[in-house]
Design a binder for this molecule. Structure first.
Ligand code: CP3
Length: 328
């Protein structure tokens, strides 16, 4: 067993595990130098390189889990769409969906065909990794927001938008099942943009689809963590769909959030990523504030409240991870 998997089952009796969202890309010099040689598209499409990047933070930072190096938007390929990762911009889907007919025309391509590279990357990783491997997908609402031209489409044509969300959800379930069959030990759903929705909209356009994914994966017994921006404002709703873990942002203290989450659901987070850019003394104070009331919680995973920021000094990240590992 491992600290991460024990914590996700809410029975970790040792120190809390620590990993960082976006730990595989962004901050490591070895990643930066690979980025000088290869485009992002090339890195995502090459299993050997993707596996190598996935393992970089394990050796360089000493984190307790690996997260697969790929992107939430590769799922577009399983919907028959063309996605490219444009320098400095992120994922670009072309052409974007603009009308009911575009949604109707979407045909799912089997994930084993469209996303075979990811399957192969996991197979390679499972041969060598000594820590658990986290697979992932995007939340259907977040994925949809990269596929469409008008961000408020859900307001003008809710039924069409629900059809789109349903198609993305089916592809996401197949995709996560494929990752699980290939060997991932846990999965996280990144519904990053769900904070663009009001609470009633969130309950209509984000939550039911997250629940469908969570429910569909129950038989696999692989733990599922859900993440969205502003999750601390949506704790009750996220609890209601029964995931194994909830990843929280930093707008509320973790020990207070903990009281809103039943002890059978793990909590993850929730250091403000900006803290890691601050002086070491500030990092230390933040860690003490987090771990003081939380360190003996059997279902607690240390992470940031969102991804590690690109220009975070590496020695600060090291310092942070070591503080967690040595905290008494
Ligand atoms: O640790 C890791 O980096 C693991 C792999 C990973 C990537 N994307 C690789 C990536 C993960 C978990 C993601 C998730 C992702 N992708 C999210 C959800 C998490 C979050 O941060 O909110 C979202 C919204 C995306 C979409 C996306 N992909 C954007 C907006 C961008 C551009 C800006 C950015 O975030 O870097 C990407 C490109 C992307 N995905 C990079 C990497 C390493 C680019 C980095 C580079 O230019 O080298």
């Amino acid at each position: 067993m491992s600290l991460l998997l024990d914590a996700l089952r809410c029975h970790n009796l040792q120190r809390p595990p620590v990993w960082l969202m976006r730990q595989a890309g962004r901050i490591l010099p070895a990643y930066q130098s690979l980025r000088k040689q290869y485009s992002l598209d090339e890195l995502f499409q090459n299993s050997e390189l993707a596996a190598q990047i996935t393992t970089l933070p394990i050796d360089a930072l000493g984190v307790d889990a690996a997260i697969l190096f790929t992107d939430i938007m590769v799922i577009a390929k399983a919907l028959g769409l063309n996605v490219q990762f444009v320098e400095g911009k992120g994922p670009v889907v072309d052409p974007l969906l603009t009308c009911a007919n575009d949604v109707k025309k979407l045909r799912q391509i089997p994930v084993h065909e469209a996303l075979e590279t990811v399957q192969h990357t996991i197979t390679l990783l499972k041969k060598e990794l000594k820590v658990p491997l986290i697979g992932f997908c995007g939340g259907p609402f977040t994925v949809a927001s990269y596929l469409i031209l008008h961000q408020k489409w859900y307001a003008s044509e809710p039924l069409v938008f629900h059809q789109l969300l349903t198609k993305i959800t089916h592809a996401s379930i197949d995709y996560l099942n494929m990752q699980i069959e290939a060997g991932v030990d846990a999965v996280q759903i990144f519904d990053s943009w769900a904070n663009a929705l009001t609470l009633p909209e969130f309950s209509q356009f984000a939550l039911p689809y997250l629940k469908q994914i969570v429910d569909a994966l129950k038989p696999t017994k692989i733990p599922v963590i859900v993440f969205c921006r502003d999750s601390s404002l949506r704790a009750q709703e996220l609890v209601s769909i029964g995931p194994d873990g909830i990843s929280f942002d930093w707008h509320q203290e973790m020990h207070i959030l903990r009281k809103a989450v039943p002890p059978s659901i793990a909590v993850q987070g929730n250091i403000d990523p900006e803290i890691l850019k601050a002086p070491l003394s500030t990092i230390k104070t933040a860690v003490e504030k987090l771990l003081g009331p939380m360190k003996n919680d059997p279902g607690f995973i240390v992470n940031l409240g969102h991804g590690v920021l690109p220009d975070t000094p590496l020695d600060h990240v090291h310092y942070f991870i070591n503080l967690i590992k040595e905290y008494q």
